[in-house]
Design a protein around this ligand. Structure first.
Ligand code: PEP
Ligand code: MN
Length: 266
């Protein structure tokens, strides 16, 4: 492993190195809205996404915007809506858990998402690991790969059976995108570790026009899948409208990228 550390001892990732996850086909094309807006909304969208090629449903049950004025808080029922929608559509589902207190509402999730802002919240990582569920860790926008693998060690040590890292963009001097999607992080993680990797071209760009190209770039760099924010009427999205793609665009992505994802994982 050639991932370096600026301070502290030589990096060692015993649990990451021992971690050889079986492939997770559900990670290939994760799709869904930024926010679970209502029960009917997510129920109809899940069916359309499944039909368009999604392999897992995503959706946010919290809505804490960057500024409290946009705050729509947390509605625990949204976990249940997401679960019913996913199961009626025949898809597994993933959702973020932000707070240790809320784990009690989420015992039935298929994958747990750790949000970028919480990727170094070690008590939360430990509590999520104790759930014994597969976890998708979104890399914090400030975190080195070494720090990201350290966070994976916390999850694995606490008992998570499977951990995947999501590259969702980092801070940089660039201002043409919301964040800078680090394609080299995807390549390095795939080259030097056994961890599964998912690219997020939606948060990684903040610009729906760039999502298809960046999704392809993630797959070309070796990602096991991508996660896209999709909305039936993107401009009406409750949150992250600028980066939401419509179902037709997602269908094109699925048609173009499905073969590529498969080629990487065989
Ligand atoms: C999300 O995927 O819903 C999300 C909030 O992303 P991030 O944690 O990467 O900002
Ligand atoms: Mn979002």
């Amino acid at each position: 492993m050639t991932i370096r550390r600026l301070f502290g001892p030589e990096p060692r990732y015993p649990l990451v190195e021992a971690h050889e996850p079986s492939p997770s086909p559900e990670l290939r094309l994760i799709a869904g809205p930024c926010s679970v807006e209502s029960f009917d909304f997510i129920k109809d969208l899940a069916v359309e996404l499944k039909e368009a090629g999604a392999t897992m449903l995503r959706g946010g049950c919290y809505r804490f915007g960057t500024y409290p004025g946009e705050n729509m808080g947390f509605v625990p029922e949204r976990f249940r809506w997401l679960q019913i929608a996913a199961s009626e559509a025949g898809l597994p589902f993933i959702t973020e858990i932000m707070d240790r207190e809320d784990i009690r509402y989420a015992s039935y999730v298929d994958w747990v998402q750790v949000g970028a802002r919480h990727a170094q919240h070690y008590p939360l990582l430990r509590a999520i690991g104790f759930m014994r569920k597969p976890v998708l860790l979104k890399r914090g926008t400030w975190m080195t790969l070494d720090e990201t693998l350290g966070a994976c060690e916390y999850l694995l040590k606490a008992g998570a059976p499977k951990v995947a890292i999501c590259e969702r963009g980092i801070v940089s001097f660039e201002d043409h995108c919301r964040w800078t999607l680090s394609i080299s992080a995807i390549a390095a993680l795939k080259e030097y570790t056994n961890i599964q990797v998912v690219g997020d071209p939606s948060h990684g760009s903040g610009d729906r026009a760039l999502v298809p190209r960046l999704g392809l770039a993630c797959i070309a760099a070796g990602a096991d899948g991508i996660v896209c924010e999709v909305h039936p009427r993107p401009d009406e999205s409750m949150s992250d409208a600028e980066q939401a793609i419509d179902i037709e665009t997602f269908r094109d992505i699925a048609a173009r990228y499905g073969g590529l994802v498969h080629a990487n994982s065989t």
